[in-house]
Design a protein around this ligand. Structure first.
Ligand SMILES: Nc1ncnc2c1ncn2[C@@H]1O[C@H](COP(=O)(O)OP(=O)(O)OP(=O)(O)O)[C@@H](O)[C@H]1O
Ligand SMILES: [Mg+2]
Length: 271
């Protein structure tokens, strides 16, 4: 991948991003950068705003304030048509996998190819074969999602995310619900494919083993705010008690173990 291909040193740059849903502030002044070729993990507890942040970066949500640059292009104010050009550079693996159960594995992977261009079906078939080979699922085209394991489904979702040869790969919890071996398979794939295909990646995860295995940069969120950014070594050495509690899985610390139903509702309604 030649450096001159890029407009900016950063594949993604987020500046001062804030977003509320009703009275609840979900993202508060979030800033970070992802350099080309790197894998950045967004970490933090359930409900801290990770998926919401990712949905802003891929343009499904608009912020109240702040900017998002994709290789130097500010995207938050682009209209749908302009954004669709930027979106062509993305591959996205959603938190729920989101495979269509009525379609075969091959049809699922072909979907973005057929949706985005006038590719002849036999060319799309060829691309599907290549993408399935990349994730180690050669020959699985004709099975339905119900006939394959959870780990295989994630790999099909990965093949689909790679269908349009993206520069940028976004994954939301790619290893959730997988056993440690399958988690390791997905992690290895993420690192290998990012390198081999010259991509940059943002991976949302609360799996610490996985995060420390794949990340070159980390962003840690707590209640919608960035509490730390840095390399895995810097994050490990960071004395912030929120971070240390999360990394080490301590029950005692600043992260509340459990909210009462009343506290939860109060927080939800901000009353
Ligand atoms: N469209 C929406 N409308 C209202 N509230 C929302 C919306 N989307 C997300 N939220 C709220 O924003 C908060 C953050 O949600 P988000 O899905 O980003 O969390 P997360 O960090 O990805 O959690 P998890 O690790 O469980 O996936 C949650 O409290 C959620 O209820
Ligand atoms: Mg999420």
């Amino acid at each position: 991948m030649s450096e001159t291909k890029h407009k900016s040193p950063y594949a993604v740059e987020v500046r001062g991003l804030s977003r509320s849903f009703g009275p609840r502030k979900i993202l508060a002044d979030v800033s970070f950068q992802l350099k080309h070729g790197e894998i950045l993990t967004i970490m933090g507890g359930s409900g801290c705003g990770k998926s919401t942040l990712l949905r802003h970066i891929i343009g499904s949500l608009k912020p109240d304030s702040g900017e998002i640059y994709i290789d130097g292009t500010e995207t938050t104010k682009l209209d749908d048509e302009e954004f669709s050009k930027v979106r062509k550079r993305f591959g996205m693996l959603f938190q729920t996998g989101a495979l269509f159960n009525s379609m075969t594995v091959g049809e699922n992977v072909a979907l973005p190819i057929l949706e985005s261009s006038d590719v002849a079906p036999h060319i799309a078939d060829l691309v599907v074969k290549l993408k399935l080979e990349l994730v180690g699922l050669t020959g699985f085209e004709n099975l339905k999602p119900a006939q394959i394991s959870g780990g295989m489904k994630k790999r099909v979702a990965m093949a689909r995310a790679l269908a349009l040869d993206p520069d940028l790969l976004f994954c939301d919890e790619p290893t959730s619900g997988l056993d440690p071996v399958m988690t390791s398979v997905i992690d290895t794939l993420t690192v290998d494919l990012t390198r081999k295909l010259g991509m940059s990646a943002i991976v949302v995860t609360h799996d610490m083993t996985s995060a420390f295995r794949i990340a070159t940069q980390m962003v840690f969120l707590f209640e919608g705010r960035v509490v730390a950014t840095g390399t895995p070594e810097e994050i490990k050495a960071n004395p912030n008690p929120i971070l240390q509690q999360f990394i080490n899985g301590y029950a005692d610390g600043p992260i509340p173990l459990k909210l009462s139903k009343d506290d939860y509702l109060k927080r939800l309604l901000q009353s």
